[in-house]
Design a protein around this ligand. Sequence first.
Ligand code: FAD
Length: 418
Amino acid sequence: MRYDTIIIGGGLSGLVCGLRLAKAGKRCAIISSGQSALHFSSGSFDLLAATADGEHISSPSEAIASLVERTPSHPYAKIGAEHFVATAEAAKQTLLDAGVRVEGDAAQNHYRLTPMGTLKATWLTMDGYVRATSDEGLAWKSVVLMNAEGFLDFYTQFIVDELRKKGTTCRVSNFSLAALDNIRNNPTEMRSANIARIFDKEENIAALAEIIARGAGDAEAVLLPAFLGIDRADVLDELKRRTSREIAIIATLPPSVPGIRAQIALRRAFERAGGVYMLGDTVVGYDEREGAIERIYTVNHGNIGFEAAEFVLATGSFFSRGLVADRQAVVEPLFGVDVDAAADRADWYTRDLFEQQPFESFGVASDEQFHALRGGRAVENLYVCGAGLSGFNPLTEGCGAGVSMLSAVRVSDNILKK
Ligand SMILES: Cc1cc2nc3c(=O)[nH]c(=O)nc-3n(C[C@H](O)[C@H](O)[C@H](O)COP(=O)(O)OP(=O)(O)OC[C@H]3O[C@@H](n4cnc5c(N)ncnc54)[C@H](O)[C@@H]3O)c2cc1C
């Protein structure tokens, strides 16, 4: 089987890259082992929320020049300060075109409400989620938080306490619904994704709308945990239409319904554009010729190889096994390409859990065009994008999804330019 491009890893980065290539007419396949970080997503996509020293950034587009100057090994430095805003806009447009409804701007971060009730700076937030323009508080003075009885992954008291500190009174109203009884009987089933499947059905949306209409009282807004709309994006609109109330969503602990919905939407858009998505298969080997990757092999296809002109490594970081650490070294396990990591194990982490962790910045070494390096030399038909890149700290800098998407945009552009 031969493709123009094969992407290894079908998370946010692999999908953004693949979608752009497929739309440009490239014959493109994505091979992906399993779940991606999107299944754990907050419903927001971070671009740049702080400097490497933890200093707060309110405008990514204004801060980028100084970041590039101070950290030339950052993936954003390879994109270039002058291309940063346009690349971010192209990434956002890729989401919108796939039907992932997001709001936000690279010129100004906004704030999202975390499951702990705190406000955190971010770039894009899924449509319908609670957002604030500053970390001082929400626009509402009184809200009602409606939660399904027995829902495991949502702690209302944290939210009530934090909102009170910021000047919003939050009343909690738990509801039960006959349609939820089946999953409630088995406590481990009462998870956001299962609840969302129930609320994807028309009759249950109608029942929830009645509960909201009865229970909202005089609150300015109704808040619901993110257990709506796993396979359809219009459940919130439907509830608003039926109740004529202001309703907004708060992220829950994983699994992430908005993240899963984004993953499904991106995959469908990729397939609609002609791409081939192979889920549940793992790339385990490759052949090379004169320093270039010729074909790859997967678990499911055994000795039947997949050939392509270009390959993209989008296998993520430690979380998705795109990087692996043993007692001696941090390695990229598939191609064995160079990894930027501290040589001494003692320098991989700091003992204080809340301190910045050096291993967060470890990743695959790449050149200015995002070619992977081996022995310090670029592998001309192997690109790398996403969380597996080196040179950034997604937690300290608040830039995880941004690096994944912007590097994917840049890699797809570089391949198309070839
Ligand atoms: C738990 C978690 C939550 C996060 N939440 C957020 C958030 O809310 N907002 C934000 O901005 N950032 C968040 N991030 C940062 C995150 O890294 C990015 O947002 C982004 O989703 C990462 O996408 P990716 O495609 O680069 O990697 P991943 O999502 O990790 O995808 C890599 C994919 O490659 C596959 N794979 C690995 N090896 C192989 C192989 N050999 N063969 C085939 N497939 C393979 C994996 O199965 C996986 O599907 C989060 C990160 C984590 C770990």
